[in-house]
Design a binder for this molecule. Structure first.
Ligand code: ADP
Length: 495
């Protein structure tokens, strides 16, 4: 310690300076001396001293002033007053300024040694305390930072977070949980769960975890209806354990799964609808094949052919259904990229009329078209447009009456090109009209029963129109006919 301690003697009396220096050097201290306050202060600024012996009566900067200035440079420095004019007043004043000890002159080397030793011990304690204080402050700062970081992360989470202690009191939560549970009173911490949450099943689930003596489980998931019955929450509740596996509390993470549930419901409804729609033609095909295989027709080849033809007709409709399903699936999963470009719908319609000509002839239905010649091309996908108008025109033919007609009209209406497909067919009653765009919907009655169809043609048509930012409308009168109107937005020109 001695070798590490730096001591400064500031005294204008050379004899004292030299005497102290000698005595302290012999004890192993590193000792410097200054003959006045100014030089002493300069030395303090240049070097770290542990202890300073200061004479009070000096020319220039006096002892009292020096003590004050020295403590300003290093508050932990030990100052010891050495003076020949020792009075109670000066002792009190020096102590007030931070002096540690007081040594009246003349003093013996032994007295000096005792005072210096005590002073240096004090200095060591002061430095140690300062170091501990700094470390503690740093640790507290880190802790506070860590906590606030944790709070920020939890606060930003879209999932709700609730942390309860072993007594079932809430100690931590985030804004999402408040929103999901529509709770009030989250302004104070530490109250029982019931104070904040009125969701009974959630409280029961959390308490079940807190009271569990099972050492092994790590998480339990519950589906919990929220206050608003339409909202369904998934609560994942995990115990917080100490090193011995004893439960200290529970962390609950809440997730709103309402949309997910709804999607799953729609998905299973769709699957059951598809299965149902596939079953009917497959059962029919099997039925016709069974009668052929059973040999019921005996040797009647013509009869067998008829039955096989029926099986073939049903497999055609089965194939059409599967094709339509694939189209819908591709559209919904975005597997087919639309190739948008300028398309002249008139050309497409005339091509379809040509293609469906034999079909119309078979149904004894005439087709006429009045398409404005100057109709601008629109931004569209050619294959989509072909599918859209094929579905609508073929419906107008197949749901027509004998010797009926189909009239196609195309013109500009506002910012849209509008195509109308009018027929003189069986029409659609009001009760069916609002459903005909739904998946698999067929307006079943005596007349439509024999007309083949999948119930997906209009679903596909409306999806195509929507994907082109247009709209489709229908008006119909039973036994008179229907009008399907397709509106597609005109291409925006930059001029
Ligand atoms: P489908 O394959 O059965 O024709 P769509 O989705 O194309 O399926 O049509 C759905 C239902 O709407 C049809 O089953 C039919 O009842 C009715 N429908 C569609 N177009 C017409 C029309 N032009 N005239 C009368 N009814 C129609």
């Amino acid at each position: 310690m001695n070798t590490e301690a730096n001591i400064l003697i500031v005294d204008d009396e050379m004899g004292i300076r030299e005497g102290c220096k000698r005595a302290l050097s012999e004890e192993g201290y590193a000792v410097d001396a200054a003959e006045d306050g100014k030089t002493g202060l300069q030395k303090v600024k240049e070097k770290n001293y542990d202890l300073i012996l200061v004479d009070l009566m000096m020319p220039g900067i006096g002892g009292m002033e020096l003590i004050k200035k020295v403590h300003h440079c290093d508050p932990e420095i030990i100052t010891v007053v050495i003076t020949g004019n020792a009075t109670i007043e000066t002792a009190v004043e020096a102590t007030k300024l931070g002096a540690y000890d007081y040594l009246p002159k003349p003093f013996s080397p032994e007295a000096l040694s005792v005072v210096v030793k005590r002073g240096l011990e004090k200095r060591m304690l002061r430095l140690e305390a300062k170091k501990l204080y700094a470390e503690r402050t740093q640790k507290m700062l880190e802790l506070v930072n860590e906590r606030s970081r944790l709070r920020t992360i939890i606060g930003c989470m879209a999932d709700g977070v609730l942390v309860a202690n072993l007594e079932g009191r809430l100690v931590l939560w985030n804004a999402s949980s408040v929103k999901m549970l529509k709770s009030k009173g989250f302004d104070i911490a530490g109250e029982p769960l019931e104070y904040y949450i009125s969701n009974e099943p959630l409280i029961v689930a959390i308490k079940e975890i807190l009271n569990s003596d099972d050492q092994d489980f790590s998480m339990i998931s519950h589906e919990i209806p929220a206050q608003d019955e339409k909202v369904i929450l998934m609560a994942n509740i995990a115990p917080v354990r100490d090193e011995d596996g004893k439960i200290l509390g529970a962390v609950t993470v809440l997730r709103d799964i309402t949309a997910l549930k709804e999607i799953n419901k729609i998905k299973s409804q769709f699957v059951s609808m598809v299965a149902h729609e596939l079953r009917a033609p497959m059962a029919a095909i099997k039925g016709w094949l069974e009668v052929v295989v059973s040999g019921e027709a005996g040797g009647d080849a013509e009869q067998n052919k008829q039955w096989l033809q029926r099986a073939m007709d049903r497999s055609d409709s089965l194939l059409a259904l599967v094709d339509d399903l694939l189209v819908i699936n591709r559209m919904e999963t975005g597997k087919v990229a639309q190739k948008m470009g300028p398309v002249k719908i008139n050309d497409i319609i005339l091509k379809i009329v040509d293609l469906l000509g034999p079909d119309a002839e078979k149904h004894k239905v005439s087709i006429a078209a009045e398409l404005a010649e100057d109709l601008p091309s629109i931004q569209a996908d050619v294959r989509d447009m072909e599918k859209l108008f094929t579905n609508l025109i073929s419906n107008a033919i197949k749901y027509n009456r004998k010797n009926g007609s189909v009239f196609l009209e195309g013109k500009v209406e506002g910012n849209f090109v509008c195509y109308r497909i009018k027929d003189t067919g069986i029409g659609i009653s009001a009760e069916h009209l609002s459903c005909i765009f739904d998946d698999f919907y067929r307006a079943d009655d005596e007349r439509t029963k024999k007309i083949p169809g999948t119930g997906l043609g209009l679903t596909i048509a409306s999806k195509i129109v929507n994907s082109h930012f247009g709209r489709i409308e229908v008006t119909s009168e039973p036994d008179k006919g229907s009008i399907f109107s397709v509106f597609l937005p005109l291409e925006h020109r930059k001029d």
